[in-house]
Write a protein that binds this ligand. Structure first.
Ligand SMILES: C[S@@+](CC[C@H](N)C(=O)[O-])C[C@H]1O[C@@H](n2cnc3c(N)ncnc32)[C@H](O)[C@@H]1O
Length: 226
């Protein structure tokens, strides 16, 4: 393994903002922060927003900087990517951003019922031949339901037509409430979009930058699952 990656893994283990629960902990449902993020980590009652498949955590960190009175948690399995966001959190001394290195398949083991206010899915893998592995598939949405507050919002931003189309189909098929959507966000932001959301949507992730440069249209939707 590349030396740089090993260095980042070792550094992750020393950072207060990085949690790396193992599979046994997830399976035994014994992650100590589950139900205790407010009291034991953030030390406040502010809303918790989770970025799934966060990579370097551009949304978790970017939103954490914009909104100090909200708490952000980025989750990804790739430790070297998480390190980038976590290192920025450490350098800036942000107390409202954390990272969990784990598979999103077990995300319901890390949060208690109604502990989370919003979820961001940022440039999730489109999984063209494995629809059940898409982070907006019913299997995953039913996991999020276990910890998302009633009325909690899911945001999805993607370059992928396949993922976006299938997400819109899932929303229609399962009767989720569509709030906003655009097939070409930077050309036509939905007209009724409030100023705060417009500002938030200008945050660009690593993958977004790559795919925008290749000419892919960036798509966005915001919905409630009930
Ligand atoms: C295409 S990248 C996007 C990263 C980042 N959000 C961005 O926009 O730059 C997808 C990310 O999701 C993570 N990911 C995909 N499936 C996952 C899973 N089941 N559990 C944990 N992480 C996952 C990958 O490790 C990868 O970092």
């Amino acid at each position: 393994m590349a030396k740089n990656k090993l260095r980042r893994f070792a550094d992750n283990a020393t950072m207060d903002c990085v949690f790396q629960p193992n599979l046994e902990t997830a399976m035994a449902d014994s992650f100590p922060l589950k139900g205790n993020w407010h009291a034991d980590y953030f030390k406040n009652d502010n809303p918790i927003i989770v970025e799934l498949g966060c990579g370097k955590g551009e949304y978790a960190v970017g939103l954490g900087k914009l909104y100090p009175k909200r708490n952000y948690i980025g989750i990804d399995i790739k430790g070297a990517r998480i390190w980038e966001g976590a290192n920025e959190v450490r350098s800036l001394g942000l107390k409202n951003v954390a990272f969990v290195r784990a598979k999103i398949d077990y995300v319901h083991a890390f949060f208690a019922k109604a502990e989370v206010d919003e979820i961001w899915l940022t440039f999730s893998d489109p999984q063209p031949s494995k629809p059940n592995k898409r982070l907006s598939s019913k299997i995953f949405i039913d996991r999020y339901r276990q910890f998302l507050k009633p009325g909690g919002i899911i945001h999805l931003k993607t370059d992928s037509d396949v993922l976006f189309e299938s997400t819109l189909e899932e929303i229609a098929e399962h009767g989720y409430e569509m709030i906003e959507h655009s097939w070409d966000l930077y050309k036509e932001m939905p007209e009724d979009l409030d100023q705060a959301t417009r500002e938030i949507l200008t945050i660009r992730t690593h993958y977004e930058t790559i795919f925008s440069a290749k000419g892919f249209k960036i798509k966005y939707c915001k919905f409630r699952i009930g």
